[in-house]
Design a protein around this ligand. Sequence first.
Ligand code: NAD
Length: 250
Amino acid sequence: MNQSLSDAAHLIAKPASVLVFTGAGISVESGIPSFRGPGGLWEKYDPAFIEIDHFYSHPEQCWPQIKEIFYDHWGKAQPNAAHKAVAAMQKHGWVHTLVTQNIDALHQRAGSSGVVEFHGTLDQLVCTECRFRSAPSKELLAPAVPECPSCGALLKPDFVFFGEGIPENAQAAAFEAAEKVSSVLVVGTSGQVMPACYLPYEAKRHGATVIEVNPSESAFTENGTTDIYLEGKASDILPRLLAEAEKFAE
Ligand code: NAD
């Protein structure tokens, strides 16, 4: 398998050429653990608290864990060098579309815009009845289950719980982009969560070269989808890839 940073840099340093597709791994060095694997969230917690039916029937049980994990902990995380390198690639005009499976809003905090959030975001609370939306203010993030200021119904974080569908706009934007790009830069995802994981396959089917950054092999590396494998941590590899690409920029 090709492991050339220089080949990858040549591919991405072109106007609107690359679909960047990120997963939990890009935020690990910001202190946000992945769900699965050693040190993952499911070693400590039962995922039921973000299953949609369970949340609706027992919000008072689920909310303290949601608040603790996603707001008291993840909400305070800062972007790392990998998020910043992606934002710089966007500023150079090389990124056609940035799609993330993450809900932590760290791409935006690093300066990225137009992020397609495939699984939604923790940066908004949404009413389960009237669709009122609000940033998670201090008042709403109280220990008691948050209620909609407009209609009094239950508020939930605007990310996709287990048992919920993918936001239609995000899914459409991501898969439309996959048909148009000449390369896809896959960062920190195991490639196991459907339907997001179909994105690199779809891009490849339409002729894109698949570049992957991950310290361990993923489904894409293992099944031969990855064309260029850059083995290592995102916060190490992406700044180096950016610097190399800046040498070739058109
Ligand atoms: P995953 O947990 O299935 O896989 C994480 C991947 O990241 C692994 O392949 C691992 O080898 C890799 N990785 C670990 N450290 C890395 C590093 N420093 N640099 C680069 N890669 C590294 O993650 P997934 O494929 O994104 O699927 C998990 C789902 O859970 C996603 O849908 C996502 O919505 C959600 N999730 C989000 C966050 C977040 O918002 N930060 C965190 C955990 C889970």
